[in-house]
Design a protein around this ligand. Sequence first.
Ligand code: ADE
Length: 210
Amino acid sequence: MLGRARENGLLDFRLHNIRDYTDNKHRKTDDYPFGGGAGMVMMAQPIYDCMDAVTEGSRVHRILLTPRGRLLTPERAQQLSKLDRIVLLCGHYEGVDERVGAIIDEELSIGDYVLTGGELPAMVLVDCVARFVPGVLGSEESASDESHADGLLEYPQYTRPASFRGMDVPEILLNGHHANIEKWRREQALLKTKQMRPTLLGRFGKRTDR
Ligand code: ADE
């Protein structure tokens, strides 16, 4: 989907290797933490130089992917989709020199688990944000019709045949009464959310941006 969107000029992405911006002969991008402790910390210098080269002084929104960040939500993804240009900085799982914070606008996490680096989270963010860019999905309706779009998980979907291995599609979906179908879907979405993600119900109805 993203490849097609790029071909159609709806969005673009570029990759930059922080290692290309090191100023030491071993092209080292991390070092031991002051104060001791296990693991390595990403150095500020290559990140600052890479950021300078990439942004060329222009005002772009700069995001650090880190498990320490605010959780990426569909609301935030939608807001980000309206920005012209975003720079994503992929952190290292053991940390980034705190002084990098001075050139970062926002820290985001894709979930309460730790990955080995910010690369996969960056790809997840790009995909999640791209879905809100008009024209990226087949129909503009789709991004607002799915799980999490209104704070609830998605209702059950069926396609042909109406009967498969003894399992029948709920009668209500076959008889075409639009209002009844809508009501049923709402109930099912609530039920599914209650079963799978009860904590989401607290957020439901509090969203005002959509
Ligand atoms: N880097 C490592 N784990 C991460 C996470 N869960 N979210 C964002 N960046 C990360």
